[in-house]
Design a protein around this ligand. Structure first.
Ligand code: HEM
Length: 255
């Protein structure tokens, strides 16, 4: 393959940026922004569940189908979904590698001593823990609802509403998901605040406003996610089989 001087210079530039601490911080912030974007879109997508089972044709199932057929016939089935998956995986790898290397550097600069934690907020002090919990949750979550491997409750491909309904009849799945999105909330709050520092947007006079905005956005995301398991569990969202049973029991009136 022909590598031009321009390409080589660009690669060297990216390498140099990645090798610098500020470059790594920017990479962590940009990959974090990609992940936040996905999280917000995923939360909004999940809220389609609130439309209910829709007579056996739930809106959230249509949404999942749309994600897979997006771009057809120009693009193959699931092309965009796979492109998003690759982007997300890349963002996760850059985010974790950047943070691990920045921490190793700052530890080395302190002669191997851990950072002092005085004056740090709860979300900042627990950012590594909430990040690791989220990572573990995401692996479990994909094995449950995407690959349908963890089938403690009945799961069927394409039947997202029924899959969610069945899973969230179990109190332990509701608890697990609410705790996971709680971790996400704290992680997000810390991440949004750190990103404004990396971008140099923090100033003493506006820091309180930035912190409040980060908290408000995180609370909205937590509520948006947590609503789904809670509403299924409380029975506010109807069982898919009830609707199908009702529909088949209703006499067909012909005029
Ligand atoms: C109550 C909270 C949540 C619910 C009810 C939920 C629901 C779902 C469902 C039903 C799927 C499969 C969708 C499909 O097959 O089209 C899915 C996939 C996924 N979810 Fe969640 N989710 C929740 C929270 C989260 C959180 C907090 C994250 C990340 C921080 C996340 C990340 C993902 C990822 C990465 C996938 C795989 C997407 C793919 O590649 O197809 N989810 N989720």
């Amino acid at each position: 393959m022909l590598v031009t001087d321009g390409t080589r210079a660009r690669r060297t530039g990216i390498r140099e940026l990645w090798d610098s601490s500020i470059g790594k911080k920017i990479a962590v912030a940009v990959s974090g922004a990609v992940l936040v974007g996905y999280v917000v879109l995923h939360m909004l997508g999940n809220l389609n569940s609130l439309y209910g089972p829709g007579g056996g044709d739930a809106r959230v199932d249509d949404y999942a189908h749309w994600l897979r057929t997006f771009g057809e016939p120009l693009l193959p089935y699931s092309f965009v979904l796979w492109a998003v998956r690759v982007l997300l995986l890349g963002a996760v790898v850059v985010h974790i590698t950047g943070i691990a290397q920045l921490r190793a550097r700052s530890r080395a600069a302190r002669g191997g001593h851990p950072a002092r934690r005085i004056g740090r907020s709860f979300s900042s002090a627990t950012a590594i823990l909430t990040g690791l919990l989220l990572l573990a949750f995401i692996v479990f979550h994909i094995l449950q609802f995407t690959t349908l491997t963890i089938d403690v409750t009945p799961l069927r491909e394409g039947a997202v509403y029924a899959n969610l309904y069945n899973a969230f009849q179990k109190w332990y799945f509701v608890l697990l998901y609410v705790l996971a999105v709680g971790s996400l909330g704290f992680h997000l709050k810390h991440g949004l605040w750190s990103a404004t520092q990396t971008l140099g947007l923090d100033r003493p006079e506006r820091n309180q406003g930035i912190r409040r905005t980060a908290t408000a956005l995180s609370v909205v995301v937590v509520i948006g996610f947590a609503l789904v398991p809670i509403l299924f569990w409380t029975g506010a969202l109807a069982s898919p089989s009830d609707v199908v049973a009702q529909a088949s029991a209703t006499p067909v009136v012909t005029r």
